[in-house]
Design a protein around this ligand. Structure first.
Ligand SMILES: Nc1ncnc2c1ncn2[C@@H]1O[C@H](COP(=O)(O)OP(=O)(O)OP(=O)(O)O)[C@@H](O)[C@H]1O
Ligand SMILES: [Mg+2]
Length: 130
């Protein structure tokens, strides 16, 4: 099964008399274990697409499946999704990397012990532990 599938996502913003087509027909599929880089110029609609896939904003059209389930109809699907949106303020600067991973692990429903263990395992896996 696909880990993530988006089909023909669309989002248009209207501000006073201006219409911004933020996302026009974005489709993608990600299979388990696959890494996908989603690139485009500033204002291309990357963040808006990811926000729709993460259930944060409603698409005007199109569909999303996270492991086969529509996050906009079934919010439990979002338990399988983690998102750190771009920008340099998404981690807590006063916390260590271990503490940040522990914090976000607990937010995702792990126990403190599991979160700490998996945070250290991730830092080790990506060569960042030292
Ligand atoms: N809430 C909003 N209201 C109005 N316009 C918006 C809103 N969010 C995004 N836009 C507009 O939609 C377009 C796509 O924006 P988006 O932030 O998705 O692009 P991006 O690819 O993430 O850009 P960047 O590389 O700068 O992060 C831009 O023209 C942006 O100004
Ligand atoms: Mg962006």
């Amino acid at each position: 099964m696909k880990a993530l599938e988006a089909y023909n996502l669309k989002k248009t913003y209207r501000q006073s008399n201006q219409i911004v087509e933020a996302v026009k027909n974005v489709s993608l599929s990600i299979f388990p274990g696959e890494v996908l880089a989603f690139l485009g110029p500033n204002g291309a609609g990357k963040t808006t697409s990811i926000k729709m896939m993460a259930g944060l904003i409603q698409p005007d059209a199109g569909s999303i499946r996270i492991a086969g389930s529509d996050p906009h109809r079934n919010p439990a699907a979002l338990q399988k999704m983690g998102a750190v949106l771009e920008g340099n303020r998404n981690v807590y600067w006063r916390l260590t990397p271990e503490e940040n991973l522990e914090y976000f692990g607990v937010l995702k429903g792990l126990s403190h012990r599991e979160a700490r263990k998996s945070g250290i395992a991730l830092l080790e896996r990506f060569g960042l532990l030292h």
